[in-house]
Design a protein around this ligand. Structure first.
Ligand code: DGY
Length: 296
């Protein structure tokens, strides 16, 4: 089976692919399987296409509906990136709440001249309220890690989940008003695009912190930038509406920590993602059932 991959994906599993070519997504009549990282696929350019194996759990940019209509199967990599994404969420929570990056900049700029007792105070994490928007696999991993920090945890979700004991349910508006830290773990769908709009951002209390390791488009980015520029809230952002573009005003703000979509970015996790991608391609080659078809 002729496979086209948009890059050499990490890990030894990639070597198990037989007829694979690493190249950009330009029209090809012979390609039967594509390996992409949530990149848009124009089915007209690949008339022999049978499989799109997505390197990632989110597949919002691929154009799944049209592919499915043409009988092309899409797979993703659920399950293996929950821990890494939850860990990065906590890195952003801690960095933002305890002003770690600001502190680092002060030291490097030679601005740490007085005593440790001279101000530069942050907000305590212990005892604060964490609001989780989307208690799926990643949201649950974030919630489990909250136990060690003695946080009160609330969550919101389209369907109430009975993930016993992890968090108490709130409507989205209630959650935003109540949270010291609100963290987003929902997929990007027509329902979640722009979910956190200007009005809802306004529900966060002064000094609250918004963390997003899901998708930039879930938040009204313009409204978020305005809130951050005003200095009213803080944020830890791993994702943006137009990646890799990051809104210019954010770059100089002390109240936001920025990372370049690193949620799944550990060697172990990315290699596991490649393993699933390759296993799906090999399964299709053998005519076996696919491991992780999307929406099946
Ligand atoms: C995904 O898998 O969708 C992530 O955004 C990659 O980290």
């Amino acid at each position: 089976m002729k496979v086209l991959a948009t890059r050499r994906y990490p890990g030894p599993a990639f070597e198990e692919l037989g007829d694979v070519e690493v190249a950009p997504l330009a029209a090809r009549a012979d390609v039967e399987a594509l390996i992409v990282a949530n990149e848009p696929v124009d089915a007209d350019s690949f008339p022999s296409l049978r499989l799109v194996a997505n390197f990632g759990v989110g597949y919002d940019r691929i154009g799944v509906e049209e592919l499915r209509r043409r009988g092309i199967v899409v797979t993703n990599t659920p399950g293996v990136l929950d821990a890494a994404t939850a860990d990065l969420t906590w890195a952003l929570i801690l960095a933002t709440r305890r002003r770690v990056v600001e502190g680092d900049r002060r030291v490097r700029a030679g601005e740490w001249t007085g005593s440790w007792a001279d101000g530069f105070l942050a907000e305590e994490l212990t005892g604060s309220t964490l609001g989780i928007i989307g208690l799926g696999r990643i949201g649950q991993s974030v919630a489990r890690r909250a136990v060690g920090f003695d946080l009160r945890v609330v969550y919101t979700q389209r369907r109430r989940s009975e993930e016993a004991g992890l968090a108490d349910y709130r409507e989205l508006e209630e959650l935003l008003a109540e949270s010291d830290i609100a963290t987003i773990h929902a997929p990007l769908t027509p329902e979640t695009r722009g979910l956190i709009d200007a009005r809802r951002l306004g529900l966060l209390h002064d000094g609250a912190c918004l963390v997003n390791t899901a998708r930039g488009e879930i938040v009204d980015e313009e409204a978020l930038v305005a809130e951050l520029v005003s200095g009213r809230i803080r944020a830890g952002l791993d994702v943006f509406a137009h990646e890799p573009h990051v809104p210019e005003p954010l770059l100089s703000l002390p109240n936001v920590v920025l990372t370049p979509h690193l949620g799944s970015g550990t060697r172990q996790t990315r290699e596991s993602m490649t393993r699933i991608v390759v296993d799906n391609v090999l399964a299709m080659e053998r005519g076996d059932e696919l491991l992780t078809p999307v929406g099946a």
